[in-house]
Design a protein around this ligand. Structure first.
Ligand SMILES: Cc1cc2nc3c(=O)[nH]c(=O)nc-3n(C[C@H](O)[C@H](O)[C@H](O)COP(=O)(O)OP(=O)(O)OC[C@H]3O[C@@H](n4cnc5c(N)ncnc54)[C@H](O)[C@@H]3O)c2cc1C
Length: 455
């Protein structure tokens, strides 16, 4: 990219009516929530309308200026981080909720809407949008669609992509697309919606989204199972998941809880156990849910290992703070969200235990036990800074290799972006990677969107 091209591009963008332009990019836009990753950018554009997004992309093609799409910047794989000066295209001002359509049980929104705002509007209309990434108060629905985000309730309710029925936006060449709509069934042609969901901003810019909604359940109850060992935790999860239908089945360890409370400098009283396994059950009314839980408690494990009467806000607050607390504990942290078939999770945990015993680093896993999605955190602790990069990379490669050996995937939630790009050839053979490159080229022959990401 020549300087003159860039200057002409910015001059033209500044002529557009509905966009903000910053030629000195504020630091906040140079990173996302991926540990240790900071990029470099020659400019920031914040369009205020979908049409302006299209105009900006067409100008980028005209002047050969690479763009990186940004939602709310909460990503954990660096997808929104500008590399080598790429211009940041932030969709934060596309934040209108167009319609909650109760008759069709759907909602249409712009892509920059914050997920918790969307969920609130839908709830006010008596409906429910289930996906619940822990970042819901800060991430955008566009970012969720672009990485196909998940969360605890996805065990029962599925991930973001299971709700997307319509997408509008712009291909990387600047032509608009409008796919699907308020449709419960739609099998015409190749499913480009499925291709764009999870495409991490490299196949198109999504500006408007239509999602199907469900009815909320009338009652729900969380239950804690206090396991003595990981083995016991896995046995109970498998037994409960095959016989009942919990909304979620999460786990974390005492080490995680201790790190949260040490980090926050307070010791809130929650039950002490080596492994915390939390289920959520739901039903038509509270008594039906409790009946279900009582049945479960009397048949599964020791009765006094089950707790319902807890300060759940404290427990869930603790869960939400595990990630930053582990960063503080380790000094530096690397994390991957590998996923294995649910029945193989025991083997994966065993492997992580061995790796932890042999490694100078501390390896702590927590996450979505029910759907085999483990957040593996590798902490630096006392390892010299100079050895961190190579030792942690080696450990992560071993984690990823084991997940693949078990029939798993390198990422279940966070996407590939920059940080998991090096593992793509571990998961996919050259033929498959070649097809992915060909798809990218067909969508983006001028290499405008998301340079250096995924492939
Ligand atoms: C505390 C915390 C907890 C988290 N918990 C979860 C969790 O439980 N589950 C989970 O899945 N993730 C989780 N995440 C990761 C993150 O919140 C999700 O990946 C989220 O979907 C990113 O949304 P965003 O708007 O911040 O996207 P960004 O980070 O801005 O972008 C993410 C990717 O999407 C692309 N993109 C964004 N918007 C668009 C668009 N409109 N069109 C095309 N491409 C676009 C970007 O180019 C980039 O590749 C968590 C993150 C944090 C910090």
């Amino acid at each position: 990219m020549q300087n003159a091209d860039l200057l002409e591009f910015f001059d033209a963008v500044e002529e557009l009516s509905y966009s903000k332009v910053e030629r000195i990019v504020p630091d906040d836009y140079l990173s996302d929530k991926t540990p240790g990753l900071e990029g470099r950018s020659f400019g920031l554009i914040i369009p205020q309308t979908p049409e302006t997004v299209g105009q900006v992309i067409r100008l980028a093609n005209l002047h050969g200026v690479p763009l990186v799409v940004r939602g709310a910047g909460t990503g954990k794989s660096g997808g929104a981080v500008p590399l080598d000066g790429d211009v940041v295209l932030s969709l934060e001002l596309l934040n209108r909720i167009h319609e909650v359509d109760v008759a069709n049980c759907m909602v249409s929104v712009e892509s920059g809407v914050i997920l918790s705002d969307l969920k609130r509007s839908v709830a006010e209309a008596g409906l429910w949008y289930p996906p619940d990434p822990a970042s819901e108060t800060t991430c955008s629905i566009g970012g969720n669609v672009a990485v196909n985000a998940g969360g605890p309730s996805c065990l029962k309710y599925g991930v973001t992509g299971d709700y997307v029925v319509g997408l509008k936006g712009f291909f990387p060449t600047g032509e608009s697309f409008s796919l699907g709509g308020k449709l419960r069934k739609n099998v015409a042609g190749f499913d480009l919606i499925k291709l764009l969901v999870g495409s991490e901003g490299v196949l198109g810019v999504i500006t408007e989204i239509t999602l199907r909604l469900v009815s909320p359940s009338s009652a729900s109850q969380d239950v804690l199972y206090m396991a003595d060992t990981m083995d016991e935790a896995m046995t109970i999860v498998q037994s409960v998941c095959t016989r009942y239908q919990p909304v979620l089945a999460e786990y974390w360890t005492k080490e995680c809880v201790d790190s949260v409370f040490n980090c926050k400098g307070k010791n809130v009283s929650i039950p002490q156990t080596p492994v915390y396994v939390v289920f959520r059950f739901e039903g038509d009314h509270h008594n039906a849910v409790l009946d279900q839980i009582n049945r479960l408690v009397s048949t599964e494990g020791v009765v006094d290992k089950w707790k319902t009467d807890l300060d759940w806000d404290v427990l869930w607050d603790c869960r939400k703070n595990i990630s930053p607390a582990l960063t503080e504990l380790g000094g530096m942290k690397r994390s991957e969200d590998v996923t294995v078939p649910p029945a193989s999770i025991g083997e994966m945990m065993l492997f992580l235990g061995h790796l932890n015993d042999q490694s100078p680093l501390k390896i702590i896993g927590y996450g979505h036990l029910g759907d085999g999605n483990i957040h593996v955190n590798v902490l630096k602790m006392d390892l010299p800074d100079s050895e961190w990069e190579s030792v942690s990379m080696d450990v992560m490669s071993q984690v990823v290799n084991e997940a693949i050996r078990l029939g798993g995937t390198i990422t279940g939630e966070h996407g590939v972006g920059v940080s998991k790009k090096r593992f793509m050839s571990t998961q996919f053979d050259e033929k498959t990677l070649g097809l992915m490159r060909a798809i990218k080229h067909a969508f983006d022959p001028n290499r405008i969107l998301g340079r250096g990401k995924i492939l």
